[in-house]
Design a protein around this ligand. Structure first.
Ligand SMILES: [Zn+2]
Length: 386
């Protein structure tokens, strides 16, 4: 045995079971987005853990019934100096009781199940573990770090967006701990997401006695639905989905009201502007009917820039030191808070959480075998990014 190997023998090791214990402690606290008080229980746990390892950690009060966000800074963080922003969310899409009911916390082979374990309690925990590990190895970290844990990402970050953007502007790079995918691939581009609502108002009438006096909101809406769905262009990466429709009061009544909700996905900001204008520009076919369109881009596209490419190359080299071959996934349609930071021009990598599957489902799970390599990657990222 060489001296170097002997030294390594005695080093504290990254231990997948230890990581898993930490993750499960966070999964045990169920955090549905709309239960601010429950999210706050996790917020306090996260704040206390960071305070215990000598970082400044504070809760930023939530608004509109949402839970608090948690802002953590490494002791060497200084305004105006290059730093990393590590971005996570604490909330999940799962209602209270999921951990005892439809997706109990359990282990089956390499998989550990539980509500929000993959999206994203495991990812949110990994950088904390890596930081603690770096310290127990006596290794120095690289750039100062800010960690931000938000409380309401799953509903589009309505109250945290301003905090995310403020912190992103102070950072050189942003690392987002959303789940890895397809065998541990990370994310370097995401589509932008738009949300719209159409409100159509016609004139009601008895469908038998006075059909000719009625102006059907449903008939009008039908034309708009087909027109908007027709904007889908897979080659260009543009999709429109009229996902929710409500209308009418009775089968024998010419309907006065109809509404539709639309989801838009685009690859580029230019497409976002173009499609937003098209969707909002509604002209009623029937002059006696009004059509009002509202909405806009909710998350701007996260486009793969040259700066993101070079950050990815740097991260790939560092991850390789930790024994992980970092691979980027093709463009994904799902949005995240990484969309906000990338759109500000701050190089952003996403999907740096644990590998697993079933985000937002009742078979949500992580792979235990992914924990140690991912933790090792985080150790190298925190130590080495420049
Ligand atoms: Zn997520």
């Amino acid at each position: 045995m060489t001296d170097a190997a002997a030294t390594r023998e005695n080093e504290p090791r990254i231990d997948a079971e230890e990581i898993l214990d930490g993750i499960l402690d966070w999964v045990e606290v169920e955090t549905p987005t709309y239960h601010g008080a429950e999210v706050n229980k996790l917020a306090e746990k996260v704040r206390a853990l960071w305070a215990d390892v000598g970082c400044s950690a504070q809760r930023i009060p939530g608004r509109d019934g949402f839970g608090d966000h948690v802002l953590v800074r490494s002791p060497d963080w200084k305004e105006g100096e290059p730093s990393l922003l590590v971005l996570s969310h604490m909330d999940t899409v799962h209602p209270m009781g999921t951990k005892e009911g439809p997706n109990p916390i359990r282990r089956e082979g390499d998989s550990v199940f539980g509500p929000g374990i993959y999206d994203m309690k495991a990812g949110a925990y990994l950088p904390y573990y890596a930081w603690r590990h770096l310290k127990r190895l006596g290794r120095a970290h690289g750039m100062p770090v800010t960690w931000l844990y938000v409380s309401e990402e799953e509903v589009g970050s309505p109250t945290s967006r301003e905090v995310i953007e403020r912190e992103a502007k102070k950072a050189k790079y942003v690392l987002v701990t959303e789940p890895a995918r397809d065998g541990g691939k990370i994310v370097t581009a995401r589509k932008g997401v738009g949300r719209f609502e159409l409100t159509v108002t016609g004139r009601p009438a008895h469908a038998g006695a006075q059909h000719q006096d009625g102006r059907s909101a449903v008939k009008e809406l039908a034309h708009h639905i087909l027109e908007i769905e027709g904007y889908t262009d897979y080659d260009r990466g543009v999709t429109t989905n009229v996902g929710l429709v409500q209308a009418g009061t009775g089968v024998n009544v010419v309907p006065r009201d109809a509404t539709a909700e639309i989801d838009l996905r685009v690859i580029t900001a230019a497409d976002g502007e173009e499609l937003t204008a098209k969707i909002l520009n509604r002209v009623a076919r029937d002059p006696d009917v009004t059509v009002v369109a509202t909405g806009g881009m909710n998350r701007p596209p996260y486009e793969r820039s040259a700066e993101i490419e070079s950050l990815f190359d740097q991260a790939k080299t560092l991850a390789a030191k930790g024994g992980l071959d970092l691979v980027s996934t093709p463009l994904t349609g799902g949005g995240s808070d990484g969309n906000f930071t990338a759109a500000l021009g701050v190089p952003t990598l996403d999907g740096l959480g644990a590998d697993g599957k079933g985000a937002h489902t009742l078979h949500e799970q992580i792979y235990v075998s992914s924990l140690e390599p991912r933790a090792r990657m985080w150790v190298e990222l925190l130590a080495g990014l420049k």
